[in-house]
Structures are given as C-alpha cells and as structure tokens.
Design a protein around this ligand. Structure first.
Ligand SMILES: Nc1nc2c(c(=O)[nH]1)N[C@H]1C(S)=C(S)[C@@H](COP(=O)(O)O)O[C@H]1N2
Ligand SMILES: [Mo]
Length: 198
C-alpha cells in the first residue's frame, strides 16, 4: 500500500521537525476529557452541516467507502510530547468539502464528537490533505481510547484539534470556542509558534 509521508510539513512552519518546547516519546499516551464513549456501528452516523450547499449524513459503510489514503504523520500534544511517524489511514478533509460544497462565507470549522467534545479551527487549517478522518492506526482499526471508530488528526496543529470519536462537522461563518478553546487554549494552535494558549 502507498503511504504518503507528510512528516516534512514542518518546513512550512519552522526549521525543526520537533516544534519548540516538545520532547519526543515513543509511547502513545491517551488524553481524554472523560471516559471512552461506546458506539454502535449499526446506528452511527457522520453528519456535516452549517455553511454548506448540501448537508450530508453518512453511515459507517458509506463513510469508509470514501476515497482514503494512508499517511505517515507526526503528532504533537500541547502538554509537551510529540510522537513521530504515526501511520494513519482515512479520508482527507478536502474530500468532505467536495461532497457538501462549502459556501463562500464559511470561515471556521467546528468538529463534534460522541463524548460531547468540540474543537474549532480556521477553515484554511482544515482544507489540507493531511487533515484526515482516520479509522486505522498502524494498519489496525483505531483503538477506542485513541478515538476509534473515527478521529481527526491534525499533524500541523496541536493534537487537541483532532477530535477523537468524531461524528459531526459544522462549517461556521465565524469562530466559536470549542471545549479547550473555552478553557483558554489557542484557536490556531500552531506548534512551531508555540500557540498553546489564547
Ligand atoms: N472527542 C475528544 N477528542 C479529543 C480529546 C477528548 O477529550 N475528546 N482530547 C484531545 C486532546 S487534549 C489530545 S492531546 C488528543 C489526544 O489523543 P490521544 O488520546 O490519541 O493521544 O485528542 C484530542 N481529541
Ligand atoms: Mo492535549
């Protein structure tokens, strides 16, 4: 299987692959605001709404039939650890944009998740192929504690921008704070600028 290596995307933001103030770990720690939510593949639905031409609802089978790719990515947690060379497989964000037709006035994106988590990113930070809706990690189904069945990964942004257990995408005409943004964390969250707090 082809793997697209996007571990060089740091060159757009800085000189070092490891962003300032981060240390490398080989572990994959779990950071969740609460318990791992359960899900039912029979009733699970992925919804897209807001500033779009056409709202979209997909079941698990339809979602995993969308154009997918495997990427090698780095993962940067705002608490200071980075895990390099993670293999995630999923649907690139722009594929979803094509399906719904994003209206001109859309400017931000709110991700929604089964545990009630939300996170907001500028649309330009989402409209990148390395923003994946991922259901595989290291050639295996994404473990539930890491966001299985489906999570977002944002290798160019701190990992709190990647909603685990994602089941909704809302296109917004202006920024609205999500779970951590309400608690003082950055909306843009660029690791190479150390945008940890707002
Ligand atoms: N739905 C949901 N997504 C979430 C979180 C959460 O609590 N709920 N935590 C975020 C935070 S703060 C981080 S650092 C990463 C951690 O992902 P991991 O547990 O796979 O390491 O998930 C992010 N996505
Ligand atoms: Mo985090």
């Amino acid at each position: 299987m082809t793997v697209r290596d996007v571990t060089d995307l740091y060159e757009e933001f800085g000189d070092e692959r490891l962003p300032p103030g981060q240390r490398e770990t080989s572990a994959f720690p779990v950071l969740s605001k609460g318990d791992t939510p359960s899900w039912d593949p029979e009733t699970w639905e992925f919804r897209v709404w807001g500033a779009v031409e056409e709202e979209l609802t997909l079941d698990w089978e339809a979602f995993t039939a969308l154009p997918a790719e495997t990427q090698q990515q780095d993962f940067h947690c705002v608490t200071g650890w980075s895990k390099l060379d993670c293999a995630f497989r999923g649907v690139p964000f722009p594929e979803i944009m094509d399906l719904v037709g994003v209206r001109d006035e859309a400017d931000h994106v709110m991700f929604h998740a089964l545990d009630g988590y939300t996170t907001d990113l500028p649309l330009a930070d989402c409209d990148r192929r390395e923003v994946l809706f991922a259901w595989e990690y290291d050639d295996r189904p994404l473990p539930p504690e890491h966001g299985g069945p489906l999570r977002v990964v944002t290798p160019h942004r701190y990992a709190y921008k990647g909603a685990k257990w994602v089941d909704g995408v809302e296109f917004l005409t202006e920024s609205e704070p999500g779970y951590w943004e309400k608690r003082g964390y950055s909306v843009t969250a660029n690791p190479w600028e150390e945008e940890r707090y707002a």
